[in-house]
Ligand binder design. Structure first.
Ligand code: CP
Length: 307
């Protein structure tokens, strides 16, 4: 049984195939409207979500399938103490595929071990969020045409930001990619990413503290939210939450073809005054998430022999 826990579970070839399929679906969605007829997706979300859960559900409905699930731990028997292992054993006989979000790192992996259906990690704590990475990659690929030769600025909470970690790990597998890490000292990328991923792969990167200084160099600016829910201490959160705010003045420093991505939700790190700037593509990015999840559901169900 094939699951998706980490974007690195996919080889570069598999990733390219998935993005190609997502692009085909985007161009001709009607051709895929019955591919998952009568198949069911369970969305088991133990943590809040808007985009991931609803884009998964939209994806399955677009494929002609059906959806069931819960949107908080309180709305499931987890509130009575049921384990993830027992829950997925039961869900395996109710649905054909499951997308799971959980605040505990590794919980979707535990589910996959006990599952008879494909399990997709829809975000586990500060660990991984592979379908957000697929969404980010599809956005870059569609709007820039390639990953190679790009300079990508990653800005904000680079310590707890699981979307940043996954994106870096996925992109270092492509040639000639450059990163500029923009964060306060306390929210710099974790050591494992610096040593095991960037240094080991001889990736060109640098770490800076001022966004304005690097704006003219960037092909992509990937903004992130300072995540209140990942802090142990409210004082630290309040001190750091307004570290970087992207506004019209900073956008004036950027190239005409630079793109601003953000996994969303945003709080105040991107001023709404730039929402209508053609370079601000974060809502388009959320839309691409539906197509790439359609491609992923199709791929995993095909491998499972369900469709
Ligand atoms: N980007 C993302 O994971 O959004 P949600 O938390 O709304 O799913």
């Amino acid at each position: 049984m094939r699951h998706l826990m980490n974007v690195l579970d996919l080889s570069v070839q598999e990733l390219d195939d998935l993005l190609e399929l997502a692009g085909k679906i985007y161009d001709n969605p009607d051709e895929y409207k019955d591919v998952c007829y009568r198949k069911k997706l369970a969305t088991c979300f133990y943590e809040p979500s808007t985009r991931t859960r609803l884009s998964f559900e939209s994806a399955m409905l677009n494929l002609g399938g059906q959806v069931l699930g819960f949107s908080s731990a309180d709305a499931s028997s987890a509130a009575k103490g049921e384990s993830v292992a027992d829950t997925i054993r039961v869900i395996s006989s109710y649905a054909d595929i499951c997308a799971m979000r959980h605040p505990k790192e590794g919980a979707p992996y535990v589910a996959s071990v006990h599952s008879k259906i494909p399990v997709i990690n829809a975000g586990d704590g500060g660990h991984n969020h592979p379908t957000q990475t697929l969404t980010d990659l599809m956005t870059i690929n569609k709007l820039k045409g390639s990953f190679s030769g790009l300079t990508i600025g990653l800005c904000g909470d680079l310590k707890f930001g699981r979307t940043v970690h996954s994106l870096v790990e996925a992109m270092v597998r492509y040639p000639d990619v450059h990163f500029i890490m923009i964060s306060p000292d306390e929210l710099k990328i974790p050591d494992y990413l610096r040593k095991d991923i960037l240094d080991r792969n001889l990736i060109d990167y640098r770490e800076v503290g001022v966004l304005e200084d690097v704006m003219p160099e960037l092909d992509i600016l990937y903004m992130t939210r300072v995540q209140r829910e990942r802090f142990f201490n409210e004082e630290d959160y309040i001190r750091l939450k307004d570290s970087f705010i992207l506004d019209r003045k900073k956008m004036e420093l950027a190239r005409d073809d630079m793109l601003v991505l953000h996994p969303l939700p945003r709080v105040n790190e991107i001023s709404t005054e730039i929402d209508n700037d053609p370079r601000a593509v974060y809502f388009k990015q959320a839309q691409f998430g539906v197509y790439v999840r359609m491609a992923l559901i199709m791929t995993l169900l095909k491998e499972a022999g369900s469709i």
